[in-house]
Ligand binder design. Structure first.
Ligand code: ASP
Length: 380
């Protein structure tokens, strides 16, 4: 049995036919978890973002936009659910933030369940949070297992559950990934397919590096490691429910469904370069010239932190002189390499630290800095 989770980019009027095809072509997919409608095009916002705005303003124009996103689905797929009435009613009758923001997943699951002719399942009373706000994994797994044992095919709402008092509780953003993992654990799935809009996990950000590759496989631990260095295809908590039963997680692309994506299991991938990340940073030397004790050990921090931490005046003066735009690069690599060669290629390095198969360095920002580091590790 397969559990498939579809992110918001699939749950749009334009792309839902892809989900339909993927699910109906594979009889092993029994349970489907969906996100709220994602961006229809670059100009649009995700429905969850619209709901967050709506929960603050109760602006009728935003409500209309949300209705339109779901009406487009209803019309294109000729669905019967009176989604306009359901949306208007649920968004007008509550002022509760979590309830309002959770409705995107609720509306999506209603529409997708009709589209696939699968049973609609609300996770409100199945995904449980403890009084302190943490996920109650065991209880949730047991409740989901009990409910789904009586249902052959279902579409479940991602992203939310409820606390011990029955109040809707949200995961942090991107949390439908965790719902999918919980469902996979509960039904003993042979695989958890997480369908996104990229060919799995890439070895680098394609906006910074030319033609990065898909990481074909890695371990749960390696995924956590990549999350720590800022590579964030999935919610960082996604693997927790999967580890106990070693359920494989397969990241796939709805736009390229024959691509095998990234497979995450217990087995680590220790063949050279796993991935590289990079972030813009600011290197500052002013800790050396301003004798403030707390800052003695700081080698870099971003401009925002500096302005928040110290009084405005001296900083602005110093900032322009002593701050250098920098790039914070981290590489996960299995094998031997020579840091001297990297230093030679980059020229200016402010900070370099090696450990636990991860190299972290801060270098002066340049057009191809990340590419240089990436190329070095790809070619060893
Ligand atoms: N819709 C929520 C978000 O945009 C949750 C999710 O998609 O996983 O963060």
């Amino acid at each position: 049995m397969i559990v498939a989770k579809f992110g918001g980019s699939g749950v749009t009027s334009t792309n839902l036919n892809r989900i339909k095809k993927i699910v109906l072509n594979n009889p092993d997919i029994k349970h489907v978890v969906v996100s709220a409608v994602g961006k229809q095009n670059n100009a649009e916002k995700k429905v969850t973002d619209m709901l967050i705005e709506y929960s603050r303003s109760y602006d009728k124009k935003i409500l209309r936009k949300i209705v339109e996103a779901y009406l487009a689905i209803k019309e294109k797929y000729d669905l019967k659910t009176d989604i306009e009435k359901i949306i208007n009613k649920s968004l007008s009758n509550s002022k509760n933030y979590a309830y309002l923001v959770s409705r995107g997943e609720y509306f999506s699951a209603l529409m997708v369940s009709e589209l696939l002719d699968f049973t609609f399942v609300d996770t409100k009373n199945l995904v449980k949070f403890k009084a302190d706000g943490r996920l109650d994994m065991e209880n949730s797994s047991a409740l989901i297992a009990k409910t789904l044992s009586k249902i052959q095919h279902s579409v479940l709402t991602g992203f939310y559950g409820s606390d011990p008092f029955g109040r809707i509780t949200l995961f942090s953003r991107g949390g439908s990934d965790i719902t999918g993992a919980l469902v996979s654990d509960a039904v003993d799935a042979v695989i958890y397919e997480n369908w996104t809009d990229v060919n799995g996990f890439l070895t680098a950000n394609p906006q910074k590096v030319l033609n990065p590759k898909t990481i074909e496989c890695m371990s749960y631990g390696q995924l956590a490691k990549l999350n720590r260095i800022g590579a964030d295809v999935l919610h960082p908590m996604t693997v927790l429910p999967l580890v106990k039963k070693s359920i494989p997680l397969n990241i796939r692309n709805i736009f390229n469904p024959t691509h095998s994506g990234t497979l995450i299991t217990r087995v680590a991938n220790k063949n050279g370069l796993l991935a590289a990340t990079s972030f813009e940073a600011v290197y500052s030397v002013f800790d050396k010239i301003i004798p403030i004790k707390n800052f003695e050990n700081l080698k870099f921090y971003n401009a925002e932190t500096i302005t928040r931490t110290l009084s405005e005046k001296p900083i602005q003066k110093i900032k322009s002189v002593f701050e250098t735009p920098a790039e914070y690069i981290q590489v996960v690599y299995y094998g031997k390499y020579n840091t001297d060669e990297i230093i030679e290629k980059l020229g200016k390095i402010f900070f370099l630290s090696k450990g636990d198969n991860t190299l972290s360095l801060i270098t002066e920002r340049g057009n191809s800095t990340v590419q240089t580091v990436y190329d070095y590790f790809s070619k060893i």
